[in-house]
Design a protein around this ligand. Structure first.
Ligand code: ATP
Ligand code: MG
Length: 689
């Protein structure tokens, strides 16, 4: 090459180079996580531009998020190529529509439907369709309409599609279809058109498909297309892409079907997997060498995804870790969620002291509400952090509203003394109930409120006698203690928001049944369960060197140990878990249910494997807890000082008959027997009677 800024192709491996050097035309890179897909397409564009084979201004590169698109532009500039447009589908469509609208539609004005107006409109059509227009229903109807439009499903086709795609709409499919039809009808008015994001895409495709003038003008401008994360393209986005291309075939796509994690929103890897059938002359490159992660991490990723079933599983490639050996991934069970968060914060401090920059550390989880415990723990440890793709817990609208409700309740004089009871009652007014609701939006909101109730329960347990005013002060204090978000701090993010990114150290937390896999996916099974497995795979493969996977056995230090580690760890943890050999003598060595050895610290404390059925008697457990609350109050100390929840669980399961039985329970020593032994034995025996 002759240009002064010649690309150094030796920074690529042979397979990557093949993709970069392929002549203009259809190219598909089908490869696993961390194999350099994003790097390869960046080099391909830069190379074609430097060779004069493409004009950078004729290239449109599409990425999944604005951030990823920005990152691609930056990398191209660093490689010495400017002028390539890197955008998301939406931002590209927005610009194009602004340009073509006058030619296609004329003077009729249009605007993007502002979120508030859209929300009101959906509220209206929800009511018109005789669906109860509660906040949650409106949001769920909104999500269903978005999904249907992304999947190219009309209102008429919606009820059948609900079946086919196992959707869980908030009301009868026929009613949601009616709301959808009304929404489409009312959006347009003679004074102008209001478009939602899907309409933007549909109008661009429509304009190019139906107006030869527009098509020609557009194709004069854009001749070469590149799409990253192609496995998560929706049918509507695919339609736009096909309109852009017209009869041309100058398209490079990269993706990994095993990282499809947006099918709930309509994404499908079909176009990626069918690429060589659609384009007979396609150059298809498969990459296997993983440059991101150590072999220890790629081994684990391979093992996790090897258990996948279904179509995408057939496309799997074994990752080969190219980096030098690193530490083995760690697996940890913790007694409770706050304990897990505190331990993770402690580990992060250790890493920082060893020189790992904060910006190279991430804590990843399944749902937004999980950030609460982590934010608290990081703030306590003085570690700066940023919550990616969402606000922090106390900044969320739901939580601000909920605290407002508590303040209102605290001004009333007719309410009971128990802050937990009052909190539940006050939050009932904004949709909180004892039962987790159906529907994605309703669930997310419920989980946030439930996390807040859990926090109040914890306050009451650790600060006996606290009043509602005290609770509110404490919540406001916690909020005020939060450090302002820093861009270079530790990243907290959902796994979804972590797609395509990488860090030196990754902590995957809350890896339990009902979270990863998520409850609704367990219920639905099949494809939805597989999507959860892929999500786990995406999470694991974000780590370069340090990876820790952990799960709490209970929600709070004083709630029952009823959480189980994720099924995705079955057959993986025991084989990788080195028996540490340094267990404390007071801890059980064998499971009292199956008699097999115990290896995890938290299981040793519990005296059984967490997934062995301990035969817990709920009534006895409740009796023990209220005894403990009473005792803690008398002693003026937190409840867990009397007995931890794990110990109470253990007692409620093993039903000791005498002091010797009691002594064999981890966490019960001579001192506890002396102080509480007689009372405990009394409760157990009266319960058996
Ligand atoms: P994902 O599936 O997660 O999006 P990806 O396949 O797009 O991953 P990249 O992000 O492009 O992977 O690359 C992963 C890491 O490996 C990056 O840090 C990248 O710079 C590095 N890398 C890629 N190819 C090579 C190579 N040939 N030599 C050295 N490092 C490389
Ligand atoms: Mg990538």
């Amino acid at each position: 090459m002759t240009t002064p800024q010649a690309l150094d192709l030796s920074l690529l491996d042979e397979d990557q180079r093949q993709a970069v050097l392929a002549p203009r035309g259809p190219v598909c890179i089908l490869a696993g996580a961390g194999t350099g897909k994003t790097r390869t397409i960046t080099y391909r564009m830069a190379y074609l531009a430097q060779q004069g084979m493409i004009n950078p201004t004729n290239v449109l590169a599409v990425s999944f998020t604005t951030r990823a698109a920005g990152e691609m532009s930056d990398r191209l500039k660093r490689l010495g190529v400017g002028g390539i447009q890197a955008r998301t589908f939406h931002s590209a469509a927005m610009r194009q529509l602004q340009y073509f609208w006058p030619q296609v539609v004329g003077d009729l004005p249009w605007k993007i439907l502002p979120p508030r107006e859209r929300y009101q409109l959906i509220g209206r059509v929800t009511r018109m369709a005789t669906i109860e227009p509660s906040k949650d229903n409106v949001r769920d109807v909104s999500a269903e309409i978005d999904w249907a439009k992304a999947t190219l499903i009309t209102p008429e086709g919606y009820p059948e599609a609900v079946q086919r795609f196992s959707r869980k709409p908030p009301a009868k499919p026929e009613l949601v279809a009616k709301a959808y039809a009304k929404y489409e009808e009312l959006k347009a008015s003679p004074e102008g058109m209001a478009l939602d994001f899907s309409d933007l895409l549909a109008h661009v495709a429509g304009a190019i498909e139906t107006s030869p003038g527009v098509a020609e003008q557009f194709r004069q401008q854009y001749r070469t297309f590149v799409v990253d994360e192609y496995q998560d393209v929706t049918p509507l986005q695919q339609r736009v892409l096909e309109a852009w291309l017209g009869p041309r075939q100058d398209l490079t796509v990269v993706g990994d079907a095993n990282q499809t994690i947006y099918s709930f929103a309509g994404a499908t890897p079909d176009n990626l997997l069918n690429f060589s059938r659609t384009y007979k002359d396609a150059v298809v490159v498969k990459l296997q060498r993983d440059y991101r992660s150590t072999p220890q991490i790629t081994d684990l990723a391979n093992e996790v995804i090897s258990k996948a079933t279904g179509r995408m599983a057939g496309t799997r490639l074994e990752l080969e870790g190219m980096r030098p050996n690193g530490p083995r991934p760690k697996f940890k069970a913790y007694e409770s969620e706050p304990q897990e968060a505190a331990e993770v914060a402690a580990q992060i401090l250790k890493l920082i002291r060893r020189g790992v920059p904060e910006s190279e550390i991430a804590v990843l989880y399944r749902i937004n509400s999980q950030s609460l415990a982590l934010e608290e723990a990081l703030a306590d440890a003085g570690i700066s952090y940023q919550v990616r793709g969402g606000e922090g817990f106390f900044d969320r609208a739901e939580i601000r509203l909920a605290i407002g409700e508590l303040v209102k309740a605290s001004r009333r004089t007719d309410l009971p003394d128990d802050p937990v009871q009052v909190t539940r009652a006050a939050l009932a007014g904004i949709g909180y109930s004892s039962q987790e609701p159906e529907g994605a939006q309703a669930r997310e909101r419920w989980q946030l409120l439930d996390a807040l109730v859990g926090l109040v329960e914890q306050q009451v347990a650790t600060m006996p006698g606290i009043t509602l005013t005290g609770v509110i002060e404490d919540l406001q204090q916690r909020r005020a203690n939060k450090q302002p978000p820093t861009v270079n701090g530790v990243t907290l993010a959902t796994i979804h928001a972590a797609k395509g990114l990488e860090w030196d150290a990754v902590f995957l937390v809350g890896v339990t049944e009902n979270l990863l896999p998520f409850r609704h996916a367990i219920k639905a099974g099949g494809e939805q369960l597989e999507e959860e497995r892929r999500l786990f795979y995406v999470g694991i493969t974000r780590a370069r060197e340090h990876l820790q996977i952990s799960w709490p056995l209970a929600k709070n230090p004083d709630s029952p140990a009823n959480r189980k580690r994720s099924r995705f760890l079955d057959g993986i943890v025991p084989s990788l878990q080195a028996s540490s050999g340094k267990s404390r003598t007071s801890r059980a060595k064998a499971c009292r249910v199956c008699r097999q050895p115990l290896s995890l610290a938290a299981e040793k404390a519990l005296g059984r494997h967490e997934d062995c059925d301990g035969g817990m008697e709920e009534g006895l457990f409740r009796a023990l807890r209220s005894w403990r609350a009473q005792r803690a109050k008398e002693m003026g100390c937190p409840a867990y000082i009397v007995f931890s929840d794990i110990t109470l669980t253990n007692i409620a399961e093993s039903k000791p008959r005498d002091n010797a039985d009691l002594l064999s329970i981890p966490g019960v020593g001579p001192m506890k027997i002396n102080n509480f032994g007689a009372e405990i034995l009394q409760i157990v025996s009266s319960h058996g009677a």
